[in-house]
Design a binder for this molecule. Structure first.
Ligand SMILES: Cc1ncc(COP(=O)(O)O)c(C=O)c1O
Length: 391
C-alpha cells in the first residue's frame, strides 16, 4: 500500500468506513463473529469470493484498520496483526519454512527469537547460522542450498548496533532469500526497511507503537504473496490480535510521529550526558558520533531511536548498584513506554545466552539499557546523575 499523504496524516486519516452513526473517531468492534445475509452469502464469503469479515480470528474491522495503517506507514503491500511481537515472529517463520530449511541471521537478536532459533525450530530440523553484526562480508559463506530466510534486527536489542540494510537486501536478492527485519526499535517513523530491499517487516507493537505500556501486539507487513501464506497459517492456528488491542494500537499510531520525535530528542540528550560522565565506560546510541555505525545510522534512520545502552565502570556490581539507586526510572522488562525504564540485559532478557554468546553480541555484565521516555529530560538526567554518584 503506498503512502497517500505525509506520514503523520496517513497515521491519522487511515480509518475504517464510518458507520450509520457518523462517528468521528474509530469505533470498537468487539465481536467474535459476523453474520451473513443468507446461505449463498455465507458460502461465497468462505470461498473468498468476497472480501468479508467472517470471524475475528481471521479478520476484524479494528485489526484491519491497524494493519492497513501499518502497511501505509511501512510502504508494504499487505499484512497480518498478532497478539504479541513473538507471535508475529513465530508465525512468520512457521508459515514460510518447511522441515529442513535453513536461516541465516545476525547473532544480535532479541532473546526469545534466539530461543526460537536454537530450541524450537530445530525440532523441525530447521537450523540457523549466525553472523556477527560487523561481519556482513561473511554472510555469503553461510548461505546453503536450503537457506530460505535472511533475518536481522536494526538497531539491535539491546546493544543498538546498526546493520547495512541496503547491502543485506542485495545479498538476499542475489541468493533468492526472503529478507526479514524486526523493525521494532526504529518504528516505521524512523526507518522503512522495504525501501532497502526487505521482503517482510516485523514489529512488536507492544513497544513504541503502543508507546504507553498498556497492551501487547505484533504485526508482519510486506510482500502480498508471503503475507498470504502467513495469513493462512494464522487464520488456522489462532495467534490473532484482539480487536480491543487493535483499536488501542491504531489510535496510538495517530501520535507515533510526535511521540517518537520527543523520545529521540530526550534520548540524544541522555546519551550526550552519559558520554561526558566519568563513571561511565562506554555509551552506545546510533546518533552519537562515537557510535561505530553512526554514518550508516544517519543514512537509513531519520533519528536515533529511544534506546541508549551504556556500561558503568566497575562491572556487574556497579551496574546493579546503579539500578538500585534509581528513584524515578522504572526497573521493568518493557521498552518504548512514556515512562523511562532501565534494564540489565545480562540477568534478564538475554540470560538464556551463554556468557560467551552474550559478549559476542555486545552484552557485557555491566551493560545497562535505558528506554528513554517522555518525562522532562532534565528529570531523567537528574535521576541518572544521582544514581551514578553511588557507583
Ligand atoms: C526487538 C524485539 N522483537 C520482538 C520482541 C517481542 O515482542 P513481544 O514482547 O510483543 O512479544 C521484543 C520484545 O521485547 C523486542 O524487543
Amino acid at each position: 500500500m503506498s503512502r497517500e499523504h505525509k506520514f503523520e496524516t496517513d497515521a491519522i486519516k487511515t480509518q475504517m468506513e464510518r458507520s450509520e452513526f457518523l462517528e468521528h473517531s474509530t469505533p470498537l468492534h468487539l465481536t467474535s463473529s459476523f453474520i451473513f445475509e443468507d446461505a449463498e452469502d455465507m458460502r461465497a464469503s468462505f470461498a473468498e469470493e468476497k472480501e468479508r469479515n467472517i470471524y475475528s480470528r481471521f479478520t476484524n474491522p479494528n485489526t484491519s484498520e491497524f494493519v492497513d495503517k501499518m502497511c501505509k506507514l511501512e510502504g508494504a503491500e499487505s499484512g497480518y496483526a498478532f497478539a504479541t511481537g513473538m507471535a508475529a515472529v513465530f508465525s512468520t517463520f512457521a508459515a514460510l519454512l518447511n522441515a529442513g530449511d535453513h536461516i541465516v541471521s545476525a547473532r544480535s537478536i532479541f532473546g526469545s527469537t534466539h530461543t526460537l532459533f536454537t530450541k524450537f525450530l530445530p525440532k523441525w530440523n530447521i537450523e540457523t547460522s549466525y553472523f556477527k553484526v560487523d561481519e556482513v562480508d561473511n554472510i555469503e559463506s553461510l548461505i546453503q542450498p536450503n537457506t530460505k530466510i535472511l533475518y536481522v534486527e536494526s538497531p539491535t536489542n539491546p546493544a543498538v548496533d546498526i546493520l547495512d540494510l541496503e547491502v543485506l537486501g542485495q545479498i538476499a536478492k542475489k541468493h533468492s532469500l526472503i529478507f526479514i527485519i524486526d523493525n521494532c526499535f526504529a518504528t516505521p517513523y524512523l526507518q522503512n526497511p522495504i525501501k532497502f530491499g526487505a521482503d517482510l517487516v516485523i514489529h512488536s507493537a507492544t513497544k513504541l507503537i503502543d508507546g504507553q505500556g498498556r497492551v501487547l501486539g505484533g504485526v508482519t507487513v510486506g510482500r502480498a504473496d508471503l503475507i498470504r501464506e502467513i495469513y493462512l497459517f494464522s487464520r488456522n492456528t489462532g495467534p490473532a490480535l484482539s480487536p480491543f488491542n487493535a483499536w488501542i494500537l491504531s489510535k496510538s499510531l495517530e501520535t507515533l510521529g510526535v511521540r517518537v520525535d520527543r523520545h529521540c530528542e530526550n534520548a540524544l540528550k541522555v546519551a550526550e550526558f552519559l558520554e561526558t560522565h566519568n563513571k561511565v565506560a562506554l555509551v552506545k546510541y546510533p546518533f552519537l558520533k562515537s557510535h561505530p555505525q553512526y554514518e550508516l545510522a544517519k543514512k537509513q534512520m531519520k533519528q536515533g531511536g529511544n534506546v541508549v545502552a551504556f556500561e558503568v565502570k566497575g562491572g556487574i556490581e556497579a551496574g546493579r548498584q546503579f539500578l538500585n539507586q534509581l528513584k524515578m526510572l522504572s526497573l521493568s522488562a518493557n521498552l518504548g513506554d512514556t515512562r523511562s525504564i532501565a534494564t540489565h540485559p545480562a540477568s534478564t532478557t538475554h540470560s538464556k545466552l551463554s556468557e560467551a554468546d552474550r559478549l559476542e553480541v555486545g552484552i557485557s555484565d555491566g551493560l545497562v539499557r535505558i528506554s528513554v521516555g517522555l518525562e522532562h529530560v532534565d528529570d531523567i538526567i537528574a535521576d541518572l546523575k544521582q544514581a551514578l554518584e553511588y557507583v
